[in-house]
Design a protein around this ligand. Structure first.
Ligand code: HAM
Length: 419
């Protein structure tokens, strides 16, 4: 038997309502904040991520799904959305519209990681990016959107961790301090981090190896070495979050795993996910657009992992999280004529927005009623020649067994169902 590739998942019908619930909540919140959806290709030129995400990151060094296409081009399945959106912002001259440009997306992402609970090789992100605004009010708005989204989903036990990782000016001095600190532990660092020590020592703080992370614990913190501009930006962002009543903890160890970040970075962390506890991560990036060949423009955004949100929702609200799609009415029929009448009645009820079902497999009446139970139908009726002749039928409330006589018409059935 052919099975799905390791680290991928089928979304089965029992879970699709939950996916739609999350996606609809994301779209509703984006509408409120004026973020418009953008759809971009699943694959891009590899160079976009090498230049955008950064070639000292785990994502680029170890995790990309890269292949040569039949035309000999190096192609990569999107490992994330930000670099792609920056490319599209430049390529489609979105900067020419009144700024900022507020975009949102729901995309599949691909990373060759070691699969475990909450960590997949194909996963899905809901994300937003705001291009062309550098004010701290933008940072606060983006974070407030993420906060409202998570809150509207009904999640509990989520905390917001905030940090600033400065700009190229203050990062330069800080990197020297970091380099000096990690030099003393050179013999203990993993081979990847030894390379990072030269190119980008901040990446060592984000290393997943136990030894490197233990060494990194006592490393100097960026938040203590911000330049005046970055310091003020961070203070103003925090003040604005305070003003909106959005709680956060400043966590100097949040450096994020991608190279484009500057200034504000943040993560929303769940207390019920174990190792893969970050449900949403993001931050500001000031140099990305320029690095990809555009005119300098700031950006800030975040992405939330849908599979992780689903794990939290199921843990907190059970399998019914996201609601169900059970029929309002099951119409059981006796005989072929009644079955035809039932089908027409159901079609008319559906036109009016009623979720009605009937048997399609030639079941006996008894088996039809069992099937109605299995579908968890809220009401049922049985129609045969007598009911059709009389224009009346009995409607049964499937949860308490109560029955009542109603006219066999769309209006009367709807009136009873909505009672
Ligand atoms: P990221 O932190 O790499 O950021 O990913 C964002 C979220 O995607 C994570 O918090 C997590 O919920 C989910 N995620 C990441 N990797 C996996 C995986 N292997 N399996 C399941 N879920 C995963 C970014 O991708 C940035 N582009 C976010 C951003 C947007 N920053 C600014 N704008």
């Amino acid at each position: 038997m052919i099975t799905k590739p390791r680290g991928t998942e089928d979304v089965l019908p029992k879970d699709s309502k939950l996916w739609q619930y999350i996606e609809n909540t994301a779209r509703d919140v984006c509408d409120l904040f004026g973020y418009k959806e953008i759809r971009t290709p699943v694959f891009e030129h590899t160079e976009l991520f090498q230049r955008g995400v950064g070639d000292t990151t785990d994502v680029v060094q170890k995790e990309m799904y890269t292949f040569e296409d039949k035309g000999g081009r190096s192609i990569t399945l999107k490992p994330e959305g930000t670099a792609t959106l920056a490319r599209s912002y430049i390529e489609n001259s979105l900067y020419a519209n009144p700024q900022p440009t507020k975009l949102c997306y729901i995309i599949p992402c691909f990373r060759y990681e070691k699969p475990q609970s909450g960590r997949l090789r194909e996963f899905h992100q809901f994300g937003i990016e705001c291009f062309g605004a550098s004010s701290p009010s933008t940072d606060a708005e983006v974070i407030s959107l993420a906060s409202m989204f998570l809150q509207k989903l009904g999640l509990t036990g989520i905390s917001l961790q905030l940090n600033s990782i400065g700009c190229p000016v203050c990062k330069k001095d800080y990197n020297e301090k970091l380099r000096a600190y990690f030099e003393d532990y050179k013999s203990e660092l993993c081979p990847t981090c030894l390379e990072r020590l030269e190119k980008n020592p901040m990446r060592i703080i984000d290393c997943k190896s136990e030894i490197c992370s233990r060494i990194a614990e006592k490393a100097p913190k960026m938040v203590d070495h911000l330049c005046a501009e970055c310091h003020d930006h961070f203070e103003e962002t925090k003040e604005r979050l305070d003003n909106m009543g959005i709680e956060y903890t400043v966590n100097p160890d949040i450096v994020r795993g991608l190279d484009y970040y500057t200034k504000t970075v943040f993560e929303f962390v769940s207390d019920c996910l174990g190792a893969q506890s970050t449900v949403c991560g993001g931050g500001r990036y000031s140099g990305l657009i320029e690095q990809l060949g555009g005119k300098p423009a700031d950006g800030i955004g975040f992405a939330a992992g849908l599979e992780r949100l689903i794990l939290v929702l199921k843990a907190q609200q059970g399998e019914q999280a996201g609601g169900d799609n059970t029929p309002d009415l099951f119409v059981a029929a006796m005989g072929n004529d009644a079955d035809k009448t039932a089908q027409k009645l159901i079609f008319d009820l559906r036109k009016e927005g009623v979720h009605a079902q009937q048997d399609l497999c030639g079941r006996s009446l008894k088996a039809q009623m069992k099937y109605a139970d299995k579908l968890s139908a809220k009401y049922s009726i049985v129609i045969g020649d007598d009911e059709i002749a009389a224009g009346k039928c009995n409607i049964k409330n499937m949860s308490n067994g109560e029955t009542a006589e109603v006219e066999l018409s769309v209006d009367s059935l709807i009136a009873k169902i909505k009672e």
